[in-house]
Design a protein. Structure first.
Length: 380
């Protein structure tokens, strides 16, 4: 089937580019569901690995299926020493998202077999990517400080192990649980920019490591995953609760974007921001409030007052940065952590795409000239 109308819609806003049963968003009511399960329910009752299973294979696992999946992921957490050696050559000043994109792509060199119609191949690729991406993020974090990477600890669950590899300390159970919920909240969100990128790459029937590497590159931008870092820089810039109102007024007067607010789909508060706000409150209650939190609360109040009527409210990135900062995570790791979580959604879309594939090949509206005479170099 071909599109009959040829209307150009910048950013493809509201243009359906796929049919999918993975997730559902109602931006007016503030609803997000993964495979028909409400995000609030999953955040309260599930875990990141169970949610990953649900997203990729379409149903909640049985006790045995979940145990098998968790064990496989645990077993595959280590990365090859040649990948570690390659990462040691990365400049320590490089952004961790660039390091992650390169290392994710490098997995394709080591697991070169491609058998996209073999369920066992798909399972192995899923397990490897879910297991190794956090290890690569933590390894780069250690290496840029001149340390050897901390090996995964087989006694620890997914979230606890990641925080352990970052800090060499086993986190408090509340911190690990909150981090695991953060991963669940970021795991999938319909056909956003990075997922679309993953789907376009997948539609060429290339390998899953290339799919994930292209999605990581797309997530890195400040209008997408990079916004959570920008939120912290903005809170730093604001400096105190009293400065919030003039800061916001100045940004609005200059038509600048306020980071962590607004969404292409949500015209009410992002349900993930509401859940994260609750988690942030719990975390700050246990570990002590700080000025960043107070500035954030005031900022949300003032932005809502000024821009709420335009449908601009806090999005997922507004509170996630605050939580990660409180967990002691460096700011430039916020987006790689988003990537760790979103690998689940990207892989679900990869599997869906290759299951019923047609290569993406949209059209364009040409705006250039025609039939220009070629001008010899000496006459230009
Ligand atoms: N601050 C101030 N004004 C805003 C904001 C904001 N954060 N977001 C949108 N607007 C205004 C915008 O200026 C425009 O106003 P007008 O109609 O008067 O020109 C109107 O709202 C529509 O904005 P848009 O940029 O056309 O909306 P979009 O759907 O293309 O963009 C967005 C969505 C998320 C890119 C945008 O809201 C934004 O840049 N937000 C800040 C960055 C951010 O927090 N990104 C994270 C998004 S959620 C997670 C993720 O995707 O990674």
């Amino acid at each position: 089937m071909t599109a009959s109308a040829c209307e150009y819609i910048p950013g493809l806003a509201n243009v359906p580019a796929a049919q999918s049963s993975i997730s559902y968003v109602d931006g007016k009511k503030g609803i997000l569901e993964y495979r028909g399960f409400q995000i609030e329910d999953l955040a309260a009752k599930s875990t990141f690995l169970e949610t990953t299973y649900l997203l990729i294979w379409g149903q909640l696992p049985s006790k045995q299926q979940l145990a098998d999946f968790e064990n496989e992921v645990r077993y595959h957490r280590r990365i090859k020493y040649r990948i570690r050696d390659m990462m040691k050559c990365f400049p320590e000043t490089g952004h961790p998202m660039d390091a992650l994109q390169t290392s994710a792509a490098a997995l394709g060199l080591f697991y070169a077999r491609r058998a996209l119609n073999d369920p066992q191949y798909i399972r192995e690729a899923v397990v490897r990517l879910i297991a190794k991406i956090p290890t690569m993020v933590a390894a780069f974090m250690q290496m840029r400080k001149g340390n050897d990477p901390i090996q995964p600890n087989d006694d620890l669950d997914y979230a606890t192990n990641f925080l352990y590899m970052l800090t060499e300390r086993i986190p408090e159970p509340l911190a690990a649980r909150i981090f695991d919920v953060c991963l669940m909240l970021h795991a999938e969100h319909t056909i956003n920019a990075s997922t679309f990128s993953a789907m376009v790459t997948a539609s060429t029937m290339t390998d899953p490591y290339a799919v994930i590497a292209s999605a990581v590159g797309t997530l890195a931008g400040p209008l997408h995953g990079g916004a959570n870092e920008e939120v912290i820089f903005m809170l730093q810039d604001i400096g105190s609760v009293e400065n919030v109102r003039p800061y916001v007024e100045n940004l609005i007067a200059n038509k600048s974007k306020i980071m962590g607010f607004g969404h292409r789909v949500y015209k009410v508060k992002d349900p993930r921001a509401t859940i994260l706000q609750g988690l942030a409150e719990r975390l700050f209650e246990q570990t002590g409030r700080d000025e960043y939190y107070d500035i954030a609360v005031e900022l949300e109040r003032v932005v809502e007052e000024k821009l709420g009527s335009k449908g601009i409210y806090a999005n997922v990135d507004f509170y996630s940065g605050l939580v990660y900062r409180k967990l002691g995570i460096p700011t430039d790791l916020f987006t790689p952590i988003f990537a760790i979580a979103r690998v689940a959604g990207w892989l679900a879309h990869w599997r869906e795409q290759i299951g019923e594939n047609r290569i993406f090949r949209p059209t364009q509206i040409y705006t250039g000239g025609h039939n220009h005479p070629y001008i010899p170099m000496r006459e230009r």
